[in-house]
Every structure is written in C-alpha cells, then in structure tokens.
Design a protein around this ligand. Structure first.
Ligand code: PEP
Length: 251
C-alpha cells in the first residue's frame, strides 16, 4: 500500500508577506489532513523563511531545481544539493516541463541531477510528460519512456526506490485543462508497467503523482485511480484552503 504524497510547487510566486500568510494558514489547517506525505516547494530564496515559519513536521520542504554540479564552486546563481539539504529540503523537483521548455534542460541533464540528488539523500520529484502535439501525434508513450530511460540508465532501476515520479502532461499545466482521471490513469499505469518490466518490487512501491490543473473539485476522482498516488500542485498550492482540500482528497 503506497502512502499518498502531495507537493505544492509555488513556482516564482510570493513575497515575504504572502508567504507568511500562506504558511500560517497551512500551520493551522494541516491537522485536518490524514496520514499522507506533504511538501511545499517555495522559490529558493524563501526556503529558509518557510522552514522557520512552518510550525508543523507534517509538511516537508522541497526545492524547485538545483545545480547539476555535485560540489560547491564557481557556479554563479546556482544552489547545490548540499545547500538545499543544509537549509532543510528533503525533496527537489527535477525536470519540470517549464525548466525543460524555457531553460532547455535536456533528459541527460535531468538524469544527472537526479543522480546528484540521490547521492545526498534528497528525494527527487522527477517530472515527465508530453506536450499536446506529442499526445495528438501518438508519440506520448515514447516521449515519456525516453524521459524515464535517461534517468534509469544514469541511476539504475533500483534507485527508483527513492525517486518520486510526477506525471505532468504539459498541456494541462497552468491551463485549467486537466487530464481526465482515465487519461491520467492510463499514463500512470504505462509508467508503472514500464518500471515493473525492470523491477516489479520497485514499480509497486514507487509514488507516481499527477500534476496539471489539480483543484479541490477534481482531486478526489484523480486520486482515486489505482496508479495515482497524489499530486504535484501548482496554482492551487498558493491557496491554503485549496491545497489542504487537495491534501484531504489524497488522504
Ligand atoms: C506544476 O507546475 O507542476 C503544475 C502542476 O501546475 P498547475 O497545478 O498550476 O497546473
């Protein structure tokens, strides 16, 4: 039985004032949520502020990205995995479609970052997903398999024991268009079956989140699918009531 995991990706949103309000609201409402794992991923500059403001150990902290270089050094503007860990991050989102599309991150770079995160015991939330064009032209599974294969060949299938996968159809991110529960389940089952071909025990255990316009009113149906183990939540994670309602749906 897999434990559901819901993570909030705040992207490049917020200010000290708005984050203070959001975290205070999360502090007071998180006790309403059952036994699931929860994380929030603030912009890097606010990680320490969130960690000092969070008054609950029910919510972990994650980063939205990290340096590919494993050690500190002359890499202006970057944060190393050790720095993230030092500031209390247990998770790091890697390969988000915005980083792939806007900053040109390749499958190989994402795979290398996954290896760096794992080497420091920071859990990667590995994002995979297809664009609308790729879905409509019938190469969706091939695209997702390629994204996964890059990581599998870098870290090996057994390491997926410590990896969270987030299936995020690019066409559903921030668009208000959610994959239907059946569409999402189909891809989650494809991912799990693919991993099972290499290691059945790891595939059975691996958490596969769904991400893409998850809201309180669609979360229950999405999370009730057999291979959907929670969500990676963008827009709705900026509102404590919505985020808590989504967490409750996963419980
Ligand atoms: C995301 O950015 O990972 C995401 C799923 O965003 P949204 O929930 O806003 O679609």
């Amino acid at each position: 039985m897999r434990k559901a995991f819901v993570a909030g990706n705040w992207k490049m949103h917020g200010s000290k004032a708005s984050i203070m309000t959001l975290v205070s609201d999360l502090n007071s409402k998180v006790s309403e949520v059952g036994a699931i794992d929860i994380a929030v991923c603030p912009p890097a500059i606010y990680i320490d502020f969130v960690s000092r403001t969070l008054a609950t150990d029910k919510i972990s902290i994650g980063a939205q990205n990290m340096a590919i270089e494993p050690e500190q050094g002359a890499f202006t503007g970057e944060q190393s995995v050790a720095m993230l860990k030092d500031m209390g991050c247990n998770y790091v989102v890697l390969g988000h479609s915005e980083r792939r599309a806007i900053y040109g991150e390749t499958d190989a770079e994402v795979a290398a970052k996954v290896a760096v995160a794992l080497s420091s015991n920071v859990t990667p939330i590995l994002c995979v997903g297809e664009t609308l064009d790729e879905r409509e032209s019938g190469v969706m599974e091939q695209v997702i398999a390629t994204q996964l294969d890059a990581v599998i060949s870098e870290v090996g299938i057994d390491a997926f024991d410590k990896v969270v996968i987030a299936y995020e159809p690019v066409w559903a991110i921030g668009t208000g268009k959610t994959a239907s529960p059946a569409q999402a389940q189909e891809v989650h089952a494809f991912i799990r079956t693919k991993l099972a071909g290499l290691n059945a025990a790891v595939a059975e255990k691996v958490i596969i989140q769904y991400g893409g316009s998850v809201k309180p009113d669609n979360a229950v149906e999405l999370f009730s699918q057999p291979d959907i183990d929670g969500g990676l939540i963008g827009g709705a994670s900026l509102n404590a009531d919505d985020f808590i309602a989504i967490c409750k749906a996963a419980g």
